[in-house]
Ligand binder design. Sequence first.
Ligand SMILES: NC(=O)c1ccc[n+]([C@@H]2O[C@H](COP(=O)([O-])OP(=O)(O)OC[C@H]3O[C@@H](n4cnc5c(N)ncnc54)[C@H](OP(=O)(O)O)[C@@H]3O)[C@@H](O)[C@H]2O)c1
Length: 310
Amino acid sequence: MKALVARSYGPLEELEFTDLPTPVPGPGQLLVRMEAASINAVDKVLVTGSMREAIPATHPFVPGVDISGTVEAVGEGSTRFVVGDPVIAWNSIPSGALAEYALISDAPSAARRPAALTPAQGAALPTGALTAAALLDITRVPLHGSVLIVGASGGVGSFTVQLAKRAGLTVLAGGRDSDSDFLHRLGADHTLDYRAGDLAQAAHRLVPGGVDAVIDLAHAGPALATTAAAAKPGGRLVSPLGGPAAFDREVSAAYGGTRAPEGRLEALAAQAARGTLRIEIDSDYSFGQARQALLDYAANHIRGKVTVTF
Ligand SMILES: NC(=O)c1ccc[n+]([C@@H]2O[C@H](COP(=O)([O-])OP(=O)(O)OC[C@H]3O[C@@H](n4cnc5c(N)ncnc54)[C@H](OP(=O)(O)O)[C@@H]3O)[C@@H](O)[C@H]2O)c1
């Protein structure tokens, strides 16, 4: 099968198309004929090896954690899918989406793709929506509370804004001024231009005393203190990237990442199919342009997701 491959850790430019043996599904696995994939920040991390101690890749490595395709073969003991089923999946570190065929686990990280979703829409959903839902789980803001979402226009942020609004929260969305309409369409009550000044001060002007929680999708480590300052005393800072255990004014920290509890990916896909959850695709590339998709994702301002259609 044709695959976009990293032979060793290195820059995205060194990815090359090559032939690899088509994988064979083992027990509990499914072989998927790929129809679409989407690009995520972790793809670059795994290709370059920038966090190889924590998340190592094995070579030859095929990037791509978001999968959308058709079940081609079913491994022993797999019971939820049959050959021919349209499927989407979050594949985490094993990756493999940027190839003609990919292996996935028959697990809650895989779900049937509703007929109303295109392959690209299916691929744009798993990491972004599952991570948004997982971060809101640990945010624990009560109904009618307020949340500042930093990095709101990106792949995770575009889902986080929608799910936070639907949870009954007042949503302050941090993005570029030019993304204001986009963020309001997703459900943001207020938009804040992170390039125009201090986000925390802007948030305090809108919610005097501070928001109940900040979900920061853009900063890591000590830099999170800047946005944690938008939270009220005793509030919460949530991040998928990790940082200090707590902040000034007894603002607590909660760190978490993508999770796929039983039934959640199905539920999110069903909401998208009904049109109650928008899937924002910034740009779609052909499989032959997959390396360029990774390069452009890493270099450009993206609204929502970048997808690759086979
Ligand atoms: N731990 C996990 O399991 C997990 C899972 C998924 C994602 N993540 C991480 O979560 C982060 C967000 O993921 P994503 O897929 O949403 O990435 P993304 O699509 O690249 O979005 C990142 C967003 O952050 C914004 N941003 C960048 N610098 C900023 C700054 N200084 N101030 C305010 N906003 C800024 C970007 O806006 P501009 O385009 O305007 O710069 C963009 O909207 C990534 O770092 C990713 O690695 C972790």
